[in-house]
Design a protein around this ligand. Structure first.
Ligand code: NAD
Length: 297
């Protein structure tokens, strides 16, 4: 058993396998989630359950959060009965949720005033990599705090990269989400072009995947599109949340991201069609409507 006690809040699609990997690595865990069934599952694995965020924080050396977005992180950490009321000076909050970088800075400032450190450490890779412990983690905060807690983050990840001061982790994550969204759209447009021209989209995929156009996104999403498999994975709703954070950040920086805003509107149309809880591969459905065609193998 590792001596450090980790408080883990947010045991959803991602948090559950991440917390399980920490238990497997020998860490002592104390957990909390709105879903009490999941908490019971962890108690059966030997974890302790906390009655509240303040209770969890007062008993932990490290507090990891894996929550949906900025409002939930602010409520759990800074709200009434939140982590900030229980966390001891010298401990750290590692927020692994994908949230607005400015929200990370706000939470950091409040914690720092109490002598509690913070890293923003969002992840990429989705549920399969969370289960395998091979996520990519992008981290913002003080470098010495990153070095101190590197090994713990590495338990859940294949790569853990320091990107800069607090908020930089979430900036990197937003960059990741821009590339993924535009790439799924590009793959969709290409497969629609192939099919409309009477060429088998699967053969086009096989022909181009090894060249410059090939990508991790193409490998993951083109087969899903052709198999009509839109089970999430990563939901359109969550990607809209991330692109909202991208555009809010870019507008505050006074820069324009024209392709991102276009894909954001495509995702809104998909959501309006009742597909917000589908995988983001369902972006292809937007193009299918425009061309009146369906991508199949
Ligand atoms: P999820 O909705 O499955 O899990 C969120 C968990 O937080 C739920 O179990 C919920 O009960 C819990 N929660 C919410 N509010 C709470 C509160 N006040 N107190 C305690 N628990 C609370 O979401 P997820 O897919 O696990 O995503 C978590 C984060 O990771 C998001 O920011 C998401 O963008 C990011 N992310 C997700 C993926 C993915 O593929 N799903 C990949 C990379 C990053």
């Amino acid at each position: 058993m590792n001596r450090m006690k980790i408080g883990f809040i947010g045991l959803g699609i991602m948090g559950k396998p991440m917390a399980k990997n920490l238990i497997k690595a020998g860490y002592e865990l104390i957990v909390n989630d709105l879903n009490k069934k999941t908490v019971e599952e962890f108690v059966a694995l030997g974890a302790e359950s906390a009655t509240s965020s303040v209770d969890l924080a007062s008993k932990s050396d490290i507090i990891i959060t894996m929550l949906p977005n900025s409002p939930q992180v602010k409520a759990v950490v800074l709200g009434k009965g939140g982590v900030i009321e229980g966390a001891k000076s010298g401990t750290v909050v590692i927020d692994m949720s994908s949230i607005a970088p400015l929200a990370s800075r706000e939470v950091y400032a409040a914690l720092e005033a109490k002598g509690v450190d913070m890293l923003d450490a969002p992840v990429s890779g989705g549920e399969p990599k969370a289960i395998d412990g091979t996520l990519s983690v992008m981290v913002g905060g003080k470098k010495e705090i990153f070095d101190k807690y590197y090994d713990i983050m590495k338990v859940m990840a294949g790569s853990v990269v320091y990107v800069g001061e607090i908020g930089a982790g979430n900036i990197a994550k937003l960059c990741n989400q821009v590339v993924v969204a535009l790439n799924i759209s590009a793959v969709s447009e290409a497969l629609i072009l192939a099919k409309s021209a009477g060429v088998d989209p699967d053969l086009v995929y096989q022909a181009i995947r090894g060249g410059l156009a090939g990508s991790t996104v193409m490998e993951a999403k083109a087969p899903m599109m052709m198999d009509r498999n839109f089970k999430p994975g990563f939901k359109i709703d969550l990607h809209i949340k991330d692109l909202n954070n991208v555009l809010e950040t870019s507008h505050k920086l006074n820069i324009s991201l024209p392709l991102t805003s276009q894909v954001m509107e495509i995702m809104q149309a998909i959501k309006a069609d009742g597909c917000g809880i589908e995988d983001h591969a369902s972006i292809v459905k937007y193009y299918e409507k425009l061309a009146n065609i369906e991508i199949t193998r």
